[in-house]
Each structure stands twice: as structure tokens, then as C-alpha cells.
Design a protein around this ligand. Structure first.
Ligand code: ATP
Length: 432
């Protein structure tokens, strides 16, 4: 984990928020490479679960909502962590994160457990007396339920169908830790899938398979993943059944995504609290009912962390350590580096022109500094799947070498065809 955190900082994937002021706990910034990796991940998710399906639509709702939303959802009453304080070192812990009855840091005596609401509060409005107290959303899904009626009446949907959303969520986590695994500001990728009660179990199983396939598709190794079924006694108040996909991080198994059968809880609650009918009229069946909800809920940041952990490889090549990030090419932040073998003999000019042409189609990087072997290593460390080298033969026959990150093998490709060659191997969408 230390090696990975250091690589992320050194190479500009992820660094602490507000670092020059000493940082702020539980908040992280995605640098030039991190932002591309995360954008690719979210785009891949959106393409897989929204654009390429005919039973899904998207939504991008506001982060701050009417405070009543959180009363209806149960968050004001239920969204509590049970905390204990160490009387010696004064550190605070979530009770369900510690074993035994002593402080895990110093062995000191612990206080009685207390409930703590994990929502971040904020005040909205310009004058003190009229400002409304509300919350930064702790999950993205509530806006999907609240907007259910709008979506149904404005867009042609019929059950079964789902609404997807990617967006920021905020939780006042007691112990933000394990790098970006548990932070206070993070991004979620959530789906609420609305179906008939009698079809819910079958949809649950279908989504279970879809989720697993997606993790495989983004390159996570199956031996590092497993399912965890929540026992009935520990289910959240809204859930009839929940299973989590867990990933084996260097610090142990951790949840990547939850899949829950939320029943009719949320739509019924919002219906009751808002006074608006949130049932669905099924024209074909001539029947009105409140649909059952199957919810796959994933964290974008945790998935990025799993991808980074899974991609990190060290190997010895010619007595030297090679660090290589084996990202799935469609997620890699930089798709191709363009490198002149040497700067002189007009090779740099050809490479600069080629890079300019390619950067309109996918992310590229131009580098002429240092020996070619060093430059290849620098690209390996940031997971660039292809290095395109312009050499003396390029001037003779207009071909370049394409060097593959994982096998380190090289092949000659016509310069005019190198765009299509790379594009075919890195595209998130199916390209013909
Ligand atoms: P945990 O038990 O780890 O606190 P949770 O069960 O409360 O997580 P959910 O409410 O199911 O999490 O949220 C759905 C997803 O959102 C999680 O699977 C995770 O990927 C992500 N997520 C939740 N809390 C955080 C956080 N503090 N930091 C980063 N990602 C988070």
C-alpha cells in the first residue's frame, strides 16, 4: 500500500487535498493521470449500464436537496454510527470497527457508545434568520426516488427499467482511512432498477451477474473478488436482501459495491412525506402499483483504488526492477506515448506531428528526454499500453514501432494506420 500511495503522489494520480496547508482528513484530489483514470472508469460504467442498454436512463441531480428528503429516507433518524472515545489518547472509533473493549491504538479505557449522525450539515440562504439547515447528500440514490415521477412522466419508460446516476456523496466518516477507500467526500455510481415485485428475485440475480461481469471487464482479477451476503439480522432498515462485492485490498477485504433489494420502502416513504403519488401506471397491464427496487450501488473512488492495486506489478527485467501498471487499455490514463528514438536527424519533428494528430483521437504523451529504455519504463509506471517509436526506418518507409506494455514486444505498423490500430484496442465503446 505504501508503494502505491507513493507512486500515486509521485506520478500525479492522487494526492492529499489542500496539501500546502497540511492536508484535510478524508479528502483527496485526483491529479492529471488520476482524473483520466477515473473519467474512463465512469464513462465505461455509464456506457455499460446506461447507453448500451434499452432499459436504463440517466440522471444528474443536485447535491443539496430539500431537508425533508432526509427525514423521509430515514437518514435523520437512522444514519448513525455508534462511536466510542478513548479516555487516554482521546481518539474516536466506530464501535463496529474495533475488536474487544479497549482502545485499538493505546489500549486505554473506552467511553460508553454514543450515536453520531454521519451526514454533513450545511446552511443555505443569505441571511442568518432565513437560512435553511440541510445536508450534503450521503448517497446519490434518494434524488432518483424523488425524481421518479418526473422521469416517468417526461420520458417514455416502462417497467422494468432503471435510472442511473454518478455523483458526489458526503459522509462525516469517523475514521477516514486506507487512502481513498474511506473518505468524507467521494463519488458513487448508483442504479435504482424498478420492477414488479414478483420479478424482483430474478432481477436481483441478473444484476448480480452483470456487476460481476463488469468488474471482470475493467480488468480486476476474479481471485481478488468475492461475494458477501449480509445476514438478515444486520440488514439496513430499508433492505430485504443485500450482497456486497468485496475486493482483497492490501489491508484486507473491503466492500466495492452493494446490491440491495430495497422493496417499495423509498417510493412509499417519499409518497407519504411529500403527499405525492409515486406509483406507476402500467398501461399494458392496466394496473397501478409501487414498483420494487433493486439497487446496485458502487463507489467510484473505491473502484479506482481496486484498479490501482490490481494493476500494480513489479518484475525484474535485465537485472533491473520494472514497475508496471497493467491497467485494462480502455481505462489507462494515457493510451499511447510517441517517442522519437533520438531527437536529431529529423525524428523529433516527425514524432511531434504524429503526436498532434493522435491526440485528437485519444490521450497521448510526447517524450524525447533520455534513453529510449528509460522512457519506456516511465510509461510502464503510469500504465501506458502502447509506445510508438519513430526511428530511422520511419523516414524510409513511413512505419513506426508499436511497443506493448505487458509483453514488451514490438511490431512495425504503418504510420498512417497507427491511429486505428490503437483506437481499436483502447475504445470504451464498441468500434467497428
Ligand atoms: P461501509 O460499510 O464501507 O461504510 P456502506 O455499506 O455504508 O460502506 P453504502 O452505503 O452501501 O456503503 O454505499 C455504496 C458504495 O459507496 C460502497 O460500496 C462504497 O463503494 C461507496 N462508499 C460508501 N462510503 C464510502 C466512503 N466513506 N468512501 C468511499 N466510498 C464509499
Amino acid at each position: 500500500m505504501e508503494k502505491l500511495v507513493s507512486l500515486c503522489k509521485r506520478k500525479g494520480f492522487i494526492f492529499q487535498s489542500s496539501g500546502i496547508y497540511g492536508g484535510i482528513n478524508g479528502c483527496w484530489d485526483f491529479g492529471p493521470l488520476g482524473v483520466e483514470l477515473k473519467r474512463n472508469l465512469k464513462e465505461h460504467w455509464w456506457y455499460t449500464f446506461v447507453l448500451s442498454r434499452d432499459d436504463m436512463v440517466g440522471l444528474d441531480a443536485s447535491i443539496i436537496m430539500h431537508p425533508q428528503v432526509w427525514v423521509a429516507s430515514g437518514h435523520v433518524d437512522e444514519f448513525h454510527d455508534i462511536l466510542v472515545d478513548c479516555k487516554e489518547c482521546k481518539k474516536r472509533f466506530r464501535q463496529d470497527h474495533i475488536e474487544g473493549d479497549r482502545c485499538p491504538e493505546c489500549g486505554g479505557e473506552l467511553s460508553e457508545p454514543r450515536a453520531f449522525n454521519s451526514m454533513l450539515r450545511t446552511r443555505m440562504g443569505v441571511s442568518e434568520d432565513t437560512a435553511v439547515e440541510t445536508y450534503l447528500r450521503p448517497e446519490t440514490c434518494q434524488s432518483i426516488f424523488v425524481d421518479f415521477k418526473e422521469v416517468c412522466s417526461s420520458y417514455r419508460v416502462k417497467i422494468p427499467f432503471g435510472i442511473a446516476q454518478i455523483g458526489k456523496s458526503f459522509r462525516n466518516e469517523v475514521n477516514p482511512r486506507n487512502f481513498i477507500f474511506r473518505s468524507r467526500e467521494f463519488e458513487q455510481m448508483e442504479i435504482e432498477f424498478f420492477c414488479r415485485e414478483e420479478e424482483a428475485a430474478a432481477w436481483f440475480d441478473r444484476w448480480r451477474q452483470e456487476i460481476w461481469n463488469w468488474y471482470r471487464d475493467i480488468g480486476l482479477r476474479e481471485e481478488n473478488m468475492r461475494w458477501y451476503e449480509h445476514p438478515k439480522e444486520t440488514l439496513a432498515h430499508y433492505s430485504r436482501r443485500t450482497v456486497d462485492v468485496e475486493y482483497e485490498f492490501p489491508f484486507g477485504w473491503g466492500e466495492l459495491q452493494g446490491l440491495a433489494n430495497r422493496g417499495v420502502y423509498d417510493l412509499s416513504q417519499h409518497s407519504r412525506h411529500s403527499g405525492k403519488d409515486l406509483s406507476f401506471f402500467d398501461v399494458e397491464k392496466n394496473e397501478r402499483y409501487v414498483p420494487t427496487v433493486i439497487e446496485p450501488s458502487a463507489g467510484a473512488d473505491r473502484t479506482v483504488l481496486a484498479i490501482l492495486c490490481d494493476a500494480y506489478h513489479e518484475e525484474t527485467v535485465k537485472d533491473e526492477l520494472r514497475v508496471v501498471m497493467r491497467f485494462a487499455p480502455k481505462l489507462a490514463p494515457i493510451k499511447a506515448a510517441v517517442l522519437p528514438l533520438v531527437k536529431k536527424d529529423g525524428l523529433a519533428e516527425i514524432a511531434v506531428d504524429l503526436e498532434k494528430r493522435l491526440r485528437r483521437k485519444f490521450t497521448t504523451y510526447y517524450d524525447h528526454a533520455g534513453a529510449i529504455g528509460r522512457r519506456y519504463r516511465r510509461q510502464d509506471e503510469i500504465g501506458t499500453p502502447f509506445c510508438i517509436c519513430v526511428d530511422h526506418q520511419t523516414k524510409e518507409d513511413e512505419t513506426v514501432t508499436v511497443r506493448h506494455r505487458d509483453s514488451m514486444e514490438q511490431e512495425r505498423v504503418a504510420m498512417a494506420e497507427v491511429d486505428a490500430y490503437v483506437l481499436k484496442r483502447v475504445s470504451i465503446r464498441d468500434v467497428c
